[in-house]
Design a protein around this ligand. Structure first.
Ligand SMILES: NC(=O)c1ccc[n+]([C@@H]2O[C@H](COP(=O)([O-])OP(=O)(O)OC[C@H]3O[C@@H](n4cnc5c(N)ncnc54)[C@H](OP(=O)(O)O)[C@@H]3O)[C@@H](O)[C@H]2O)c1
Length: 353
């Protein structure tokens, strides 16, 4: 099959379009034809080699963490899906690679996609949707009437998290630049801090939860926004001991992560708030709950740009620039006919490459 391949870790290195073996179908796997793949900052961070200690993928491998597509075949123990199902997923770590014609995904990571959105819209959801769910529902247990600050509300994660928090009944504050104030308001944000002209730490206080996806400076200032007993959840680090344990990392890495998070944990403790690092994980059941929310109209996908599949490197550069308003997706040309047979010849756009 055709795929975008990472041949070696390299900062800003280009992925190569080439041939890889078709995925092997395990007993618990669904083989999915990729219709669209969502991109995330995680893809470029992995390409740059930043995640090697935690996710030691060995080149050559296929990048890509979000997919929407059609089930072509299922393994013999698969019960929840059948050929023809329209699904979406964030495949588990170690088995990513959605920038390809096909991917085999453990059925526990897959969900039927919402019936009211397109494949491109569906591909934009899994990684950020699950991150928001795992931060706000699973970890923070965010409740009606509580106050949450969601940083970078106009980004991929922020646009989903604002809507989920509003659905849970919370009062939502968010940070964004002047150009994106209208966007985050349209998603339901109650308090919008324009970081170009305002300091959130001077304007907000008494918050129950902060979801931080920015740098160390924002994280440190966020401590002061929380009320005693509040929760500071960061998805951009520093990683903590709990995360090291969950990942099964050895003693040296555990000590390193304890050290890296010492400063922010101490600052949080002084304020009587809890700091934790979140690294999202694949979860088909949670994705199914997200499907229901989208079908009920509680959450809508926010897409900045859809690139053609041959534009993967350009799309990654766009994401890396850090100015996306919502999500960036690539649309794949299809190579399997309605009869389920793989066509001999690739569609025009593939052959040109
Ligand atoms: N640990 C995990 O499981 C996990 C999961 C998801 C994401 N993440 C991480 O979280 C980060 C965000 O992810 P994403 O997908 O949302 O990225 P993204 O879509 O690329 O975020 C871009 C957005 O960030 C906003 N932004 C940049 N600087 C800002 C600032 N100082 N204050 C407020 N907003 C700012 C930009 O708005 P303006 O143009 O208005 O500045 C833009 O809309 C990434 O580092 C990603 O790797 C981690």
């Amino acid at each position: 099959m055709k795929a975008f391949i990472l041949d070696r870790y390299e900062k800003k290195g280009a992925l190569r379009l080439g041939d890889m073996p078709d995925p092997a179908l395990g007993d618990e796997d669904a083989l999915v034809e990729v219709h669209a793949a969502g991109l995330n900052p995680l893809d470029s961070k992995i390409r740059d080699g930043e995640f090697k200690p935690i996710l030691p993928y060995r080149p050559p491998f296929i990048l890509g963490h979000d997919v929407a597509g059609t089930v072509l075949r299922v393994g013999r123990r698969v019960r929840r899906f059948k050929p023809g199902d329209a699904v979406y997923a964030r495949p588990r770590d170690g088995r990513v690679g959605t920038l390809a014609q096909f991917i085999a995904i453990n059925e526990a990571d897959v969900a039927l996609m919402p019936g009211n959105i397109s494949m491109e819209q569906a591909a934009s959801i899994p990684l950020v949707g699950l991150t928001a769910w795992q931060a706000l529902v699973e970890r923070a247990d965010l409740r009606r009437g509580q106050k949450v600050l969601i940083h970078a509300g106009s980004g991929g994660l922020g646009t989903f998290a604002i809507q989920l928090a509003k659905h849970l009944g919370a009062t939502v504050a968010t940070t964004t630049s002047t150009a994106n104030v209208a966007l985050v308001k349209s998603l339901g944000a109650d308090v919008v801090i324009d970081y170009k002209t305002q300091d959130f730490e001077k304007l907000l206080s008494g918050y129950d939860v902060v979801l931080s996806s920015l740098g160390a400076d924002t994280l440190r200032k966020s401590v002061g926004v929380l009320k005693p007993g509040g929760r500071l959840i960061s998805v951009t680090g520093p990683p903590d001991l709990e995360f090291a344990r969950e990942q099964g990392l050895g003693w040296p890495m555990r000590q390193l992560m304890r050290l890296l998070s010492f400063g922010i944990r101490s600052a949080a403790r002084r304020r009587h708030v809890r700091y934790s690092f979140l690294f999202m994980h694949a979860n088909g059941d949670q994705l199914e709950r997200i499907t229901s929310l989208i079908e009920a109209g509680a959450i809508r996908p926010v897409i900045d740009r859809v690139f053609p599949f041959e534009g993967v490197n350009e799309a990654l550069a766009y994401v890396e620039a850090g100015r996306s308003k919502g999500k960036v997706v690539v649309k794949a040309p299809l190579t399997v006919g309605a009869d389920g047979e793989r066509r001999d010849r690739l569609p025009h756009s593939w052959r040109e490459l």
